[in-house]
Design a protein around this ligand. Sequence first.
Ligand code: ADP
Length: 449
Amino acid sequence: MKLRSMEEKISYRLFLMGFLGLIFTAVLCIFVFHKAFTAQAWTGLERQADLVSVGYGLTGDPQQLSAFVSGDLRITLISDDGNVIFESATDQPMENHLSRPEILQAMQSGVGKDIRDSQTMGYETYYYALLLPGGEILRVAQDAETMWSIYDSSIPAIVLSCVALMLAAAVLSSLLTKALVQPVLNMTEDLDHIQDNVPYRELVPFAESIHSDRILRENNEKMRQEFTANVSHELKTPLTSISGYAELIETGIAKPADIPDFARKIHGEATRMIQLVNDILQLSHLDNVSETGSEPVMETVDLLEVAKDCVERQKLNARHAYITLTYMGESALVEGNRQLLDELCQNLCDNAIRYNRPGGKVQLVTTCSRDGHCSLTVADNGIGIPREAQASVFERFYRVDKSRSKATGGTGLGLAIVKHIARIHNARIKLESQVDKGTTITVTFPTAR
Ligand code: ADP
């Protein structure tokens, strides 16, 4: 998509506004000027008519009216039947004037006015008629330049000043736009401190979102680096062991009697590595889901079914650790992805067994509150988590007791995966734990639609 220049657009609009303003002012001036001009012409004629009517009233002789003619003032006296008694412009007999608008008006209301084209080009004639006490009508008329002819003569000056004004508008609009846009461009020079460099109030949200986006990116980058360092470290330990044992076998240093034991150790380390790689893959898959917002397939899932299957799968595991594993509760329907919910339950259950003591108990409970929020709780009476570590256990690779985690096949990623799955389901996690008493983790889901 071709992006338009903001500077050009503002500049163009400012210029357009200037241009329209100019046109509007010109039209308004013409209108006002025309009004004033016409009003003045009528007042002049009215005065002349009054003067002539007084003069005529004194003499009563139509021929004496010629004494009042001056300049281009025309005087006409018309009888009440429309015949012209006196006409200052010509001695020739004239047609009946009864049909003239100003005469008709004067006969009806005492005064009549009309404007008609003059015989002289570019002029028009103003007619003012007055009904005299004797019934005759006195009409005075005068030519005046038409509006257009007045403007005709000044057209070059008008065009010139318009062009000059438009040029000034173009230059000014371009300068103003530059002054407006430049501070916005300057903002991008120091993106690290963009919020300290905001020139306009309206840009504050924009700057803030850029700033928080940058912080988020930096944090993500930091987290990625930490994650990579952790992964490398976690992989290096089992690989070093595997390599060490393999070397002992390869060089013949290992006695034949030790080989099965070494092979078991190699197998154990390799299994741990596979588990770690699987967890990393799962986390990166969940990261992808969160970042792209592409929801996994959601369906109605009964948490009681999830708990039941989970107990079924962990039964053997629990028996080996001498743990009693049970589930109870009511049918709890939530909107979710069955596979992910199975994994969430599996991870919680696995931890509850691993961080427990022989003879301990693990119970899975499903409930639904009155407002429709259903939850899955995994409670154990195991070793518990110290208060200060409770906030960190959901972080990647965080372990309270690293050697115990490793010895029991932990990767340090189980609860991070749980947190991710809960987030994808908009579910809340609550952790309650007391050292030596046990841990209860409750995952509460939003109301199913
Ligand atoms: P791991 O693979 O080490 O178990 P997790 O992410 O599942 O990693 O758990 C992180 C840490 O939280 C564990 O190492 C352990 O110290 C602690 N933890 C998790 N669940 C429990 C629990 N039920 N009881 C006691 N400690 C727990």
